[in-house]
Design a protein around this ligand. Structure first.
Ligand SMILES: Cc1ncc(C[n+]2csc(CCOP(=O)(O)OP(=O)(O)O)c2C)c(N)n1
Ligand SMILES: [Mg+2]
Length: 657
C-alpha cells in the first residue's frame, strides 16, 4: 500500500461511514452512491478541486455539481469533513429531518457549499454546462487573473441516460468547454437492477461523437483515479471520466447490488461494514487523525483564495467584477429612459417585437445579460446588436445559439445564473415550455434569476395550429411557486415587465409574448405593471362591470367595454400583466380594483380554470378550454368566441339585460 493509499483510504472510509450511518438514522436515503464514489471524491477533493471552506462563495472557486443528487450524503460528508461551517455533525445526524440543511437532495438555498439543487437526474450535468459557459464568458470579460476555474461533476448512470444528457453534452462539445469534467459513477446499477436490463449503449462512443475526451479508470484505485483526472484536466475538450465502481463499496454482503441504491443497510450489515473497513469509530464520530487529514486538505485552499483577493484589489475592473458577481444591476435609470422613449411614439407591434425593442435598449446598458434561443431567434426576437454570438472563437459573445435543445437551454441558464456574473435570458415558443418545464421549476426552487422569453403565446399564432398553440401553458406556469409569469398587453407593459423581470433577483420570470401585432393601449408611463394589475380604462357610466384581461385580450376587453358603455353599462378594464404580483398587493388595492358588488369578467385566450379566484362564482370567464385549430389568427379568435359580438351578449345576459 502506497503512502497515499494509506492516508486516502481512511479518508474515503469516513465518507462511507457517515453516509451509511446517516441513512440508517433517517431510515431513508441512498447509501450506495456515496459509498461507491467515496474514493473518486476523495481524490477529486484532495488533488484537484479548487475551493476554500472558509469562503464558500469565493467567485473563482471550482464549481462542484453532484448531478447524482440522490447521493447527497456524499456532498454533505465532503463539506463537513473539509471544514465548511455547514453542515455541522448535528446537521448530518439529522439528515433528511425538517430542521436540517442536509435535505434529502442537495439544495443550494440551504447550504452555501452546494452550488445547485440536484436530484432530477440529468439536470446537474446540464447546469454544469451553463456554469462552464459562464466561466468562459467571464474569463473573456475579466481575464485569467480573476476568472480561471473549472466545473467538476459527479454523475450516475441515470444522469447519462436521461434525454437531457444528449442536449447538454452536444452543446458542451460544440462550444469546446474544456474546463468541464464529468466523473461518471460507472457502477452498472440503477434502481431496477443491472443497467443491462435497459441499455446497451456505448456511452464513451456517444460522448466522443459529441466532441468529448473520454478517459476510464478503476474508481477504487487512487493512483488510477488521479491519472484519469489529470488527463481530463489537461485535455482541451470537455472530459468524461468513466469511473468503474462498485455501488455500496465496503458493505461486504450488499455491495454491487441494486438493493444498496436507496435503502438503509440495516444494523447487521453496518456492523459487518465497520468490521470489513476496520472502522471502529462510533456513528457520527470521525477519528482524530482522519479528520485532521481532511481539515488540512480543506485549509490548503486559503492561499489560492488570498492570492486571488490580492489580484482583485490590484485589478482595474474590481468594482465592476464585484457588482456583477453580487447580481446588482447597473445604477441609473436606463430602463426608465428606454420606456419613456417607447412611450413617445405609439406603436402597433407584437409584444415579441416590443420585447426586442426593450432588449435593444437594455442589453447595451446591462452587459451581464446573456441571451439566446432554442433555434427560434428570428421568432423569439431575442438577439440584439449588443449580443454577438458566444462561440469557441469568441467566448466574450453574449448570444447563445442553443440549437433545438429547450431543456438543455433552460438547465444551462440555471447553471449560468447560479454561477453568477451573468443574467441569462432565452427563448422558445410558449407551447414548448413543457419540454423544459422541470428546469423552469428548478429555476424557481433554486431562486435563479433566469428570464424565459416565451413567444407565440396563444391561438393568436394562427396557422401553425393546435400543436403550436398554447392553451393551458400560461395558467400552468402560474402554478409554479416563486416563478413570475408576465403577460404584457402592449409595448409599454412589455418594457415595464422586462424591467421587473430583471429586478426579480431571486426568482425566474416568464414573459409570455404574442406573435401578432397589438395596439399601444397605454398612453402614460407610471410603471403601472409593478402592481401586477391596474385600472387601464375606467367606467364612464355607473360601473356595473369590471373586465380583467391579460396580454392580447386587453385590446378586446377595451372594445367590449366601449360597446357596453355605448349601451350605458359602465365598465372598467383592468389589465393584469402579472397575476402573482397582483395577489401580493394589499387587500384594499385588490378590493378596489375588483370590487365585490359588480359583475366581474375575465378574458384570456387560455384555460379558464383559475380565473374564478378573481371573478368569483357569480362572474364570467371567457377563455378556451379545448385545443385550438389551424387558421389565420383573426378567424380563430372569432371562432373561439373572442369577439365583441360574442362577449357583449354574455355579459348582458349575466346582468339580466
Ligand atoms: C428525472 C428523474 N427520474 C427518476 C428519478 C428517480 N431516481 C433516483 S435515482 C434513480 C436511479 C439512478 O441510477 P444511477 O444514476 O445509476 O444511480 P445509482 O443507483 O448508481 O446510485 C432514479 C430512477 C430521478 N431522481 N430523476
Ligand atoms: Mg448506477
Amino acid at each position: 500500500m502506497s503512502l497515499d493509499t494509506a492516508r486516502l483510504a481512511p479518508m474515503a472510509n469516513a465518507i462511507r461511514a457517515l453516509s451509511m450511518d446517516a441513512v440508517q438514522a433517517a431510515n431513508s436515503g441512498h447509501p450506495g452512491m456515496p459509498m461507491g464514489m467515496a474514493d473518486v471524491a476523495t481524490v477529486l477533493y484532495s488533488k484537484f478541486l479548487k475551493f476554500d471552506p472558509a469562503q464558500p462563495r469565493w467567485p473563482d472557486r471550482d464549481r462542484f455539481v453532484l448531478s447524482a443528487g440522490h447521493g447527497s450524503m456524499l456532498i454533505y460528508s465532503l463539506l463537513h469533513l473539509t471544514g465548511y461551517a455547514q453542515p455541522t455533525m448535528d446537521d448530518i445526524r439529522n439528515f433528511r429531518q425538517l430542521t436540517s440543511p442536509c435535505a434529502g437532495h442537495p439544495e443550494n438555498f440551504l447550504l452555501p457549499g452546494v452550488e445547485c439543487t440536484t436530484g432530477p437526474l440529468g439536470q446537474g450535468i446540464a447546469m454544469a454546462v451553463g456554469m462552464a459557459i459562464a466561466e468562459r464568458h467571464l474569463n473573456a470579460t475579466f481575464g485569467d487573473d480573476l476568472v480561471d476555474h473549472r466545473t467538476w461533476v459527479i454523475a450516475g448512470d441515470g444522469c447519462l441516460m436521461e434525454g437531457i444528457n444528449h442536449e447538454a453534452i452536444g452543446l458542451a462539445g460544440h462550444l469546446k468547454l474544456g474546463r468541464l469534467n464529468v466523473l461518471w459513477d460507472d457502477n452498472r446499477i440503477t434502481i431496477d437492477g443491472d443497467t443491462d436490463l435497459s441499455t446497451s449503449e456505448d456511452i464513451p462512443a456517444r460522448y466522443r461523437a459529441a466532441g468529448w475526451h473520454v478517459e476510464a479508470c478503476d474508481g477504487h484505485d487512487f493512483a488510477d483515479i488521479e491519472r484519469a483526472l489529470a488527463a481530463a484536466q489537461a485535455d482541451g475538450r470537455p472530459s468524461l471520466v468513466a469511473c468503474r465502481t462498485i455501488i455500496g463499496k465496503g458493505a461486504p454482503n450488499k455491495q454491487g447490488g441494486h438493493n444498496v441504491h436507496g435503502s438503509p443497510l440495516g444494523a447487521e450489515e453496518i456492523a459487518a461494514t465497520r468490521e470489513a473497513l476496520h472502522w471502529t469509530a462510533a456513528p457520527f464520530e470521525v477519528p482524530g487523525d482522519v479528520l485532521a487529514d481532511w481539515r488540512a486538505l480543506g485549509a490548503k485552499g486559503a492561499s489560492a483564495r488570498t492570492e486571488w483577493e490580492q489580484r482583485l484589489v490590484n485589478n482595474s475592473q474590481e468594482k465592476e467584477f464585484l457588482r456583477r458577481m453580487a447580481g446588482d444591476l447597473p445604477s441609473g435609470d436606463a430602463a426608465a429612459k428606454a420606456i419613456a422613449e417607447l412611450l413617445a411614439t405609439p406603436q402597433k407591434v407584437a409584444t415579441r417585437k416590443a420585447s426586442e425593442l426593450a432588449l435593444e435598449a437594455l442589453t447595451p446598458l446591462i452587459s451581464e445579460m446573456v441571451g439566446g434561443s432554442a433555434d427560434l431567434t428570428g421568432s423569439n426576437n431575442t438577439k440584439t446588436k449588443a449580443t454577438t454570438p458566444f462561440s469557441p472563437a469568441d467566448y466574450g459573445g453574449r448570444y447563445l445559439y442553443y440549437g433545438i435543445r429547450e431543456f438543455g437551454m433552460a438547465a444551462a441558464m440555471n447553471g449560468m445564473a447560479l454561477h453568477g456574473g451573468v443574467i441569462p435570458y432565452g427563448g422558445t415558443f410558449l407551447v414548448f415550455s413543457d419540454y423544459c418545464r422541470n428546469a423552469i421549476r428548478l429555476s424557481a426552487l433554486q431562486h435563479a434569476r433566469v428570464v424565459y422569453v416565451l413567444t407565440h403565446d396563444s391561438i393568436g399564432l394562427g396557422e401553425d395550429g393546435p400543436t403550436h398553440q398554447p392553451v393551458e401553458h400560461v395558467m400552468s406556469l402560474r402554478l409554479i411557486p416563486n416563478l413570475e409569469v408576465f403577460r404584457p398587453a402592449d409595448i409599454v407593459e412589455t418594457a415595464e415587465c422586462w424591467e421587473l423581470a430583471l429586478r426579480n433577483a431571486d426568482k425566474p420570470s416568464v414573459l409570455a409574448l404574442t406573435r401578432q401585432n397589438l395596439p399601444q393601449l397605454r398612453e402614460g408611463g407610471g410603471a403601472l405593471s409593478a402592481r401586477g394589475a391596474y385600472l387601464l380604462k375606467g367606467a364612464d357610466a355607473a360601473r356595473q362591470v369590471v373586465i380583467v384581461a391579460t396580454g392580447s385580450e386587453v385590446e378586446l376587453a377595451v372594445a367590449v367595454r366601449d360597446a357596453l358603455e355605448a349601451e350605458g353599462i359602465g365598465t372598467d378594464v383592468v389589465s393584469m400583466p402579472s397575476m402573482s404580483r397582483f395577489q401580493a398587493q394589499d387587500a384594499d388595492y385588490r378590493a378596489a380594483l375588483l370590487p365585490k358588488d359588480v359583475l366581474k369578467v375575465s378574458i384570456e385566450a387560455g384555460v379558464t380554470l383559475g380565473w374564478e379566484r378573481f371573478v368569483g362564482d357569480e362572474g364570467l370567464t371567457i377563455g378556451i378550454d379545448t385545443f385550438g385549430a389551424s387558421a389565420p389568427a383573426e378567424v380563430l379568435f372569432k371562432h373561439f368566441g373572442f369577439s365583441v359580438e360574442a362577449i357583449v351578449p354574455k355579459i348582458k345576459a349575466k346582468l339580466g339585460r
